[in-house]
Design a protein. Structure first.
Length: 244
């Protein structure tokens, strides 16, 4: 009887709503193998042997580029292919050295990310760790610049990724630990279980005109259509009713 009452309340909330929540999944366009005209003197070695999608964005900053910089790589290593090889290598051209000022004119901004929630496909759900990296000119220094990155996953809920650095420039190692928390589909109130309370929770928030962000609460998207609306609450209540 309680489930039937909640189901009725869900459909009543639907009648009051003027529009659904607009939390649509976004397609992420990835570019790889960007042409670099200058000599390759540096490398990113990315060890991504984890059961999660790993995202890599690399921007080159120079005095001529805008605030974002010039995009060199924007790619994803999908979980399904992550164990094909242990290390992925990305080449980088050198940064120019300003002899007069005794400093490099620019640097690379390396952003490595993993979804915060297992199974999520939302771009907004990706947690990034940023590394600033200078590639020296091998012709003058005689050494190659290397940025070694290893990805670790923990079931603990981290607010930001943890990174332990070792080595010395221009050869640094970054051991980065990300959260990749699993969630129960339909567990909108995040109490660790799927009950009629989740349907009531969704209906109550939507009736008040509040939105539910699936990037931070992916379990609320019960029907997995990329948005949270009254259909999710109705499906939860209807399926629980059928199971009793």
């Amino acid at each position: 009887m309680k489930i039937k009452k909640v189901l009725s309340a869900v459909f009543a909330a639907a009648a009051l709503m003027m529009s659904s929540v607009t939390a649509y999944a976004k397609d992420i366009e990835m570019d790889t193998d960007i042409y670099q005209p200058d000599e390759i003197c540096g490398y990113i070695y990315l060890n991504a042997t984890t059961e999660a999608d790993v995202y890599l964005k690399v921007f080159k900053h120079t005095p001529e580029t805008d605030e974002q910089g010039y995009k060199v790589y924007d790619t994803v290593i999908e979980a399904e292919s992550v164990h094909v090889k242990n290390t992925y290598v990305y080449e980088l051209e050198y940064n120019n050295y300003d002899v007069e000022n005794g400093a490099y004119e620019g640097y690379y901004e390396i952003m490595v990310g993993v979804h915060k929630h297992a199974g999520s496909q939302e771009e907004e759900d990706i947690a990034y760790h940023t590394i600033n990296f200078v590639v020296e000119d091998t012709n003058y220094t005689g050494v190659e610049s290397t940025c070694n990155i290893s990805i670790n996953i923990t079931p603990e809920d981290l607010e930001v990724p943890l990174c332990v650095e070792s080595g010395q420039e221009p050869n640094m190692t970054h051991d980065i630990t990300f959260s990749n928390i699993s969630y129960i589909t339909g567990d909108a109130n995040n109490d660790g279980k799927l009950t009629v309370s989740d349907a009531a929770y969704i209906a109550r928030l939507l009736a008040k005109g509040e939105t539910i962000d699936i990037a931070t609460n992916p379990g609320a998207d019960y029907n997995q259509d990329g948005k949270v609306n009254v259909s999710d609450a109705a499906a939860i209540a209807r399926n629980l009713a059928a199971a009793t």
